[in-house]
Design a protein around this ligand. Structure first.
Ligand code: AOS
Ligand code: ZN
Ligand code: ZN
Ligand code: ZN
Length: 424
């Protein structure tokens, strides 16, 4: 399914005058608007291969139809998103759901869509057909050396697939933990996991990073062996300079102060990557910015401030990815909304008057500090985000083009109504 440039230009010309008026107003208000637009233009957010199909729960799944049936079609879908928003220029693969049988071919397909390969994801949270040992009682934490070894070898195989594709990072998310008190020894589970991660770490090429993702609970409900940022940081610190903590927004206990976590991890040089989504209760994996947009903005304020303090490049020095999958929306529409929500929060964070904020903090002027943040948060930055897309050849209104071109109906015609995309 291709939407050519003429089509996009045609849609853009319909809303161009309205857009220009709104942009001109903002440019009048914001002296460094040009700089913000160019930073937005550089910022790319990776799309995980498992977000392209309708997610489900144990209570059912209601597929949208036309979902990608193989890796090529997943790349094609992300290519389409990138065509529209020019900000989804990377794909994050999951092994074994997306094994690239012919990596040179897969690389070429991705390159044709202007996509890079972001972090590779391993899976030791499910048993695969033909697998020798079960992960029922955990993988790297397991009391059995054979089971641990199988999980280690799987991760090393994922690194090999990633090397063949030109990826430069491995995300390890473990579901390891326990459901009942007494089920395991916390200390032994930690030690086994650290030992396994070290063996995987030893196989990382020099230019690679390892992201240790934490999660408070689910599928284990009493303890999780990489359960919070403290534990992840402990593993990452012990592993070495190529290991980092990965923050998934849905993986905290309710009301956790994620922006503070982000600030401290950045301060320690140990924040490696991000999984964006939104939630009200737990790992809901809802559309980014749909429930707590102010929290997302506050997180971006810390990201911008912390990265600037360390001289990091916003666009490339952290792994930015969406991790969402749910039951009710067209997944591609959801991803367009998610990317835009991230860009909005980023632009608003770039708007914050940092000098004035520091000065307010220095004199304990709580009211002024709050006003400074909310001044940025309450600014409608969407015309700047749209302008960044326009300059890159994307659509002023990606969702309108997607709907106007009836993309989902086209995908259903080509791929069928009953499609089972692999993934969570
Ligand atoms: C699981 O809850 C985590 O968010 C993982 O990052 C991810 O969804 C999984 O690894 C998919 O493969
Ligand atoms: Zn119930
Ligand atoms: Zn995640
Ligand atoms: Zn998750």
């Amino acid at each position: 399914m291709q939407i050519d440039q003429n089509k996009i230009d045609g849609y853009n010309s319909q809303s161009l005058r309205k857009h220009e008026r709104a942009l001109a107003f903002l440019q009048g208000e914001i002296p460094h608007a040009a700089e913000i637009i160019s930073q937005l233009g550089e910022f790319q957010i990776a799309i995980p291969s498992w977000a392209l199909g309708t997610g489900g729960t144990r209570f059912g799944r209601f597929p949208a139809g036309g979902e990608p049936r193989n890796l090529e079609e997943k790349i094609e879908d992300i290519g389409l998103l990138h065509r529209l928003n020019r900000a989804s220029g990377a794909i994050s693969l999951h092994i074994p759901w997306d094994i690239p049988e012919d990596p040179a071919h897969i690389r070429a397909v991705a390159a044709a869509h202007g996509l890079k390969f972001d972090a590779m994801n391993s899976n030791t949270f499910q048993d695969q057909p033909g697998q020798a040992h079960s992960y029922k009682f955990g993988s790297l934490q397991n009391v059995s050396r054979d089971i641990r070894q199988q999980a280690i070898e799987h991760n090393i195989e994922v690194i090999r697939h990633g090397i063949a594709l030109g990826s430069e990072s491995l995300t390890v998310w473990l579901s390891d933990g326990s459901c009942f008190p007494g089920q395991l020894s916390f200390r032994k589970a930690f030690e086994n996991t650290l030992e396994g991660l070290s063996e995987i770490y030893a196989e990382l090429p020099d230019n690679w990073k390892m992201f240790v993702e934490y999660k408070a609970f689910e599928p284990n409900f009493y303890s999780t062996t990489v359960g919070d940022w403290g534990q992840s940081l402990l593993y990452a610190s012990k592993l070495g300079p190529k290991a980092y903590t990965l923050v998934d927004l849905g993986h905290h206990l309710p009301n956790a102060n994620i922006e503070q976590i982000v600030a401290l991890l950045l301060m320690e040089g140990k924040l490696g990557g991000f999984h964006f989504n939104d939630s009200k209760y737990g790992d809901d994996d809802l559309t980014v910015g749909s429930i707590k947009p102010y929290q997302l903005f506050l997180i971006f304020c810390e990201l911008v401030d912390g990265m600037n303090a360390r001289g990091m490049k916003h666009a490339t020095d952290l792994g930015w990815m969406i991790d969402a999958s749910h039951n009710v929306k067209d997944p591609l529409e959801d991803l367009l909304q998610s990317v835009e929500a991230i860009q909005i929060a980023y632009a608003q964070a770039l708007l914050v008057d940092r000098k004035a904020l520091t000065a307010a903090q220095e004199r304990n002027d709580v009211v002024a500090a709050q006003e400074i943040l909310q001044q940025a948060y309450r600014t409608d930055v969407r015309p700047m985000v749209a302008e960044a897309r326009l300059r890159a050849g994307g659509a002023l209104e990606p969702l309108s083009v997607y709907r106007g071109e009836q993309v989902r109906a086209g995908l259903i015609r080509r791929r069928g109504l009953v499609t089972i995309a692999t993934g969570l």
